[in-house]
Design a binder for this molecule. Structure first.
Ligand code: PLP
Length: 397
């Protein structure tokens, strides 16, 4: 008889987005003419930059001709892709070897797959509120989970607790859902903690291109000693609008050694066993997104979302509502006015103003009483949603 992984039964149902969808569907059924505005889901809305489209067309044409046709690419990433990522980091002041860079089909894939190189049953530390995939991937692997809740007192970016022991810790900056960022000092403290505990930091940099403040690091490797304790997972989803196109990259430094094993070598072995990488066409598109020309175009798109975030922050400032994020992130994490719970505020915003957001309690218990708004909508919709949001907040204040 097949012996199954019963840890799947320990996963919490994806209650959050299912419940949101059900509530929105009920509302639509009752008010078919309502002008509903969605600031819920964290998905981009602008098309791919021209440099990416051009590279995609060119790569498709390459595949049509015998002389330029490409078959399997290296499992770890095509040399031209690794070069593009290496150059991208170098422009941001971080030197990496190409052999430390791995292609992926997105951050979510590698955040989960990386657990393969750690032993089952280890302890994972998750800083909450958190992107739900960290918890779920560890539950499936049968790992122990330790939660470190954070609060407005520390701007939702806590320092390490020296009394907590863990084998790995997830740090996400800029953070989903709180939009909080980690300062150099905070990251230094986490690097120190990881080195002392011989733990590994998994640094999720999916939103790094939203950082405007020059003092906030885009990469954990801006911190001295990080190459000896951290893996960085990144993605072109939010940087370049690749949520539906799919490409990302993961950095596993050669200096990262635990129990006498080089994590880079383990990850090479894992990739060469478990994947054939991503297509030549997509890697060409991703390399174009990371080129200086592509980056200028990506930055123009990011600026549209940043302006949306500013409009949301302005509305909350006007209504006297506390929030984090927004300045260096596409998420604005607001405190629900009038002492409402996250779901109470969700219901009021939907029913009274026809705006949809995400209840903070869906990202961990310490998210109760908070609410996530995304900047991924059109400027027109965002302006209208901000106006309606301000109206409700003023009524509740
Ligand atoms: N990490 C965080 C914090 C995210 O919010 C997301 C997606 O929303 C991802 C990773 C997944 O990114 P990708 O599209 O590259 O899989």
């Amino acid at each position: 008889m097949a012996s199954m992984n019963h840890h799947y039964t320990e996963l919490q149902d994806s209650y959050l987005f299912r419940t949101i969808d059900a509530k929105v569907a009920d509302f639509r059924a009752a008010h078919p003419d309502a002008d509903l505005l969605k600031l819920g889901i964290g998905d981009v809305t602008l098309p791919l930059p021209p440099a990416v489209i051009q590279a995609l067309h060119q790569a498709v044409d390459d595949q049509a001709v015998k002389e330029t046709f490409e078959g399997y690419q290296a499992e770890v990433g095509a040399p031209f892709f690794r070069q593009a990522v290496q150059d991208y980091y170098a422009r941001n002041g971080v030197e990496l070897e190409q052999a430390e860079i791995f292609v992926s089909s997105g951050a979510k894939d590698d955040l989960a797959d990386l657990l393969d190189i750690f032993s089952r049953g280890m302890t994972a530390l998750v800083l909450e509120p958190a992107y739900p995939a960290y918890v779920d991937a560890n539950v499936i692997s049968g790992n122990k989970l330790v939660h470190l809740p954070s609060s407005a007192d520390e701007d939702f970016a806590p320092y390490p607790d020296p009394t907590i022991d863990a084998d790995i810790v997830y740090l996400c900056s800029p953070n989903n859902p709180t939009g909080a960022t980690y300062t150099i000092e905070k990251l230094q403290a986490w690097v120190e903690w990881a080195r002392q505990k011989q733990a590994v930091i998994v640094f999720d940099a999916a939103y790094e291109s939203f950082i405007k403040d020059p003092s906030i690091p885009h990469s954990i490797y801006a911190i001295e000693g990080a190459k000896e304790c951290a893996i960085e997972v990144c993605s072109l989803s939010k940087t370049a609008g690749f949520t539906g196109t799919r490409a990302g990259y993961t950095v596993v430094p050669k200096a990262l050694v635990r129990e006498g094993l080089e994590l880079n070598a383990l990850w090479v072995r894992n990739r060469t066993t478990k994947t054939n990488g991503i297509s030549y066409v997509l890697q060409k598109a991703a390399a174009a997104a990371l080129s200086p020309e592509g980056q200028a175009q990506c930055a123009a798109n990011v600026a549209v979302y940043q302006e949306n975030a500013r409009v949301l922050m302005e509305a909350l400032d006007g209504a006297g509502v506390w929030y984090s994020g927004g300045k260096n992130a596409p998420y604005v994490w607001m405190r629900c006015p009038g002492g409402l719970t996250s779901w109470e505020f969700f219901d009021k915003l939907l029913e009274e103003e026809q705006v949809v957001g995400t209840p903070g309690s869906g990202f961990g218990q310490c998210g109760e009483g908070y609410f996530r708004l995304t900047a991924f909508n059109t400027p027109e919709n965002t302006r209208e949603a901000a106006k309606r949001l301000a109206q409700l907040c003023s009524r509740l204040a």
